[in-house]
Structure formats: structure tokens, C-alpha cells
Design a protein around this ligand. Structure first.
Ligand code: APR
Ligand code: ZN
Length: 254
């Protein structure tokens, strides 16, 4: 198996709790494009503010709905990878909590149970006006289309919107409270695995620094440096689908 950093394995051995903070890079090897990284970054073609904001939605709901509906449909065709399964397996060896910025359900499908989505979920939809949840069938063509009329709310006829957090919007209170709680539950010597995030979007990007304040050992799992690299104690410069299984296997070898 690929070489693992013994210092990281030792840190995992000494830890009681492990907090996994995951971003889009955690889903990349499942075929879900990230936002900013050069190869597959979706934002390379779209400017986030033209899509992931309340203003963009108010301005042109069918344009924004088409993009999110296509991404939601994409999630039907992807599978969790060995890295997601390693995070779920790790929960058999340590007390694991997952805080993800991702809006997919790959961690859940791999078996992770203690999980919060601080940027919402692309698999939940609600009415833009009365917030009534919408559980209808998502009718999306296989290829991306420019515009698609969003469904209408059965309760009030308003437009249905995706359950993701837009830039400038409040994060779901319960998810953010769970994320902060997870950091506060860390003790000296516990480990934080920061996997697949550029560390650019706050307040989620502030969680690793908060974890440092708890005395945790912060480990970055990312082929590239990120905006939080400098505060990490260790850097595993590899993809999550390779690095995480290797670390868990090394930990299991005792
Ligand atoms: N394994 C681990 N990391 C990877 C992999 C991989 N196989 N492939 C890419 N990465 C890394 C990239 O190097 C980059 O640092 O994943 C990171 C992806 O960064 P972003 O695309 O910015 O995704 P993220 O950090 O999750 O964005 C944060 O911004 O657009 C908003 O709400 C959206 O939750 C998102 C937030
Ligand atoms: Zn409504």
C-alpha cells in the first residue's frame, strides 16, 4: 500500500476522537467535479456569484435551477469511493465525527453516521417562499441544459429551490452547531483530518484553526496545498481515495 506518514499514524493511534472535515475534493474521485481546482473545477466555467446566490436565483430561477438539478442528477450516477468507506471504517476504531461542506450523500452511503452538512444538501429541496419541503421526482435531462423551470410548491405555488446554502446565506443552525460542537469535543491529542478542501470559504474554513485551539493534531489530506495548509501539522499530499484507506489500514495493523 502507498507509503503512509508514520507521524500521522502515531497521531491516530494516540487519538480518542477523530474529526473529519471534508470538502469537494473528497467527492472528486467519485466523479463529482470540485468548485475551484484547475482540472475539473466547475467554477472555472461558471462564476459562483452567478449561480450560488439568492440574487442569482431571484434574477433567473430557471437558469439556477437547471444547474443545480443537473448536479443533483449527476449524484445519482456516482458512488462513494474507498476514502469514504475508510472514514466509515475508522468509526469502528475511534470516535469519529464528520463535518462536510459537500452537498452530496457519499459519506452517508459509505456508512458514516455522525455527520453534518454545513452547506446543506443537494438532495433536499424546499419552497423558496414558504420553505415547505419538496419530495417530488426530479425531472432532469441527462445532459446539462441552460434553463429548466423549477417545480412549484404544492402548498403555495412558489418556486422550489435546492436545499444548498448559497453564498451570503445563513448555514443550517443545527448543522453549524453540530460542527462547532464536534470541534469543542476535541481534546489534546485528538486528530482532525482536513480532506479535500481549498479552505477558502468561511466560516467552515475556520474550523481547523478552532481545532488547533483544542490541542488537536491537524492533518491535511489534499494533493495540493490549500489556504489552511500552513496551520496543519502534517500534510498527506495524495488523493483521499488512496490516502484515507492507507491511513486506516496502518492504524488497524496496530
Ligand atoms: N483528494 C483530496 N483533495 C482533493 C482531491 C482528491 N482526490 N482532488 C482535489 N482535491 C482538493 C483540491 O486540491 C482543492 O484544494 O480539493 C479542494 C477542492 O476545493 P474547492 O473546489 O474549493 O472545494 P471546497 O473547498 O469544498 O469549496 C468550499 O465553496 O463553492 C462553495 O459551498 C461550496 O462547499 C463549497 C465551498
Ligand atoms: Zn410554498
Amino acid at each position: 500500500d502507498p507509503a503512509v506518514d508514520p507521524a500521522v499514524v502515531d497521531a491516530l493511534r494516540a487519538a480518542r476522537r477523530v474529526l473529519v472535515l471534508s470538502g469537494a475534493g473528497m467527492s472528486a474521485e467519485s466523479g463529482v467535479p470540485t468548485f475551484r481546482d484547475a482540472q475539473s473545477g466547475l467554477w472555472e466555467r461558471f462564476d459562483p456569484s452567478s449561480l450560488a446566490t439568492q440574487e442569482a436565483w431571484d434574477d433567473d430561477p430557471p437558469f439556477v435551477w437547471a444547474w443545480y438539478a443537473w448536479r443533483a442528477a449527476l449524484l445519482r450516477r456516482v458512488e462513494p469511493h474507498a476514502g469514504h468507506r475508510a472514514v466509515a471504517d475508522l468509526a469502528r476504531l475511534r470516535d469519529v465525527e464528520v463535518v462536510t461542506q459537500n452537498v452530496d450523500d457519499l459519506h452517508e452511503r459509505a456508512g458514516s453516521r455522525v455527520l453534518s452538512h454545513v452547506h446543506g444538501s443537494l438532495l433536499s429541496f424546499r419552497c423558496r417562499d414558504c420553505a415547505t419541503p419538496w419530495q417530488g421526482e426530479l425531472a432532469v435531462p441527462d445532459e446539462p441544459v441552460e434553463r429548466l423551470d423549477p417545480p412549484t410548491c404544492p402548498a403555495c405555488g412558489g418556486d422550489v429551490r435546492p436545499g444548498v446554502v448559497w453564498f451570503g446565506e445563513e448555514m443550517p443552525r443545527d448543522a453549524w452547531d453540530a460542527a462547532v460542537g464536534a470541534v469543542e469535543r476535541l481534546d489534546v491529542g485528538d486528530v482532525v483530518l482536513v480532506a479535500g478542501t481549498s479552505g477558502l470559504v468561511y466560516p467552515a474554513a475556520g474550523l481547523p484553526a478552532m481545532a488547533l485551539g483544542q490541542g488537536a493534531v491537524v492533518v491535511e489530506v489534499n494533493p495540493q496545498p490549500s489556504d489552511v495548509s500552513d496551520l496543519c501539522h502534517h500534510h498527506v499530499r495524495d488523493g483521499a481515495a488512496t490516502a484515507l484507506p492507507a491511513l486506516v489500514a496502518a492504524l488497524e495493523q496496530g
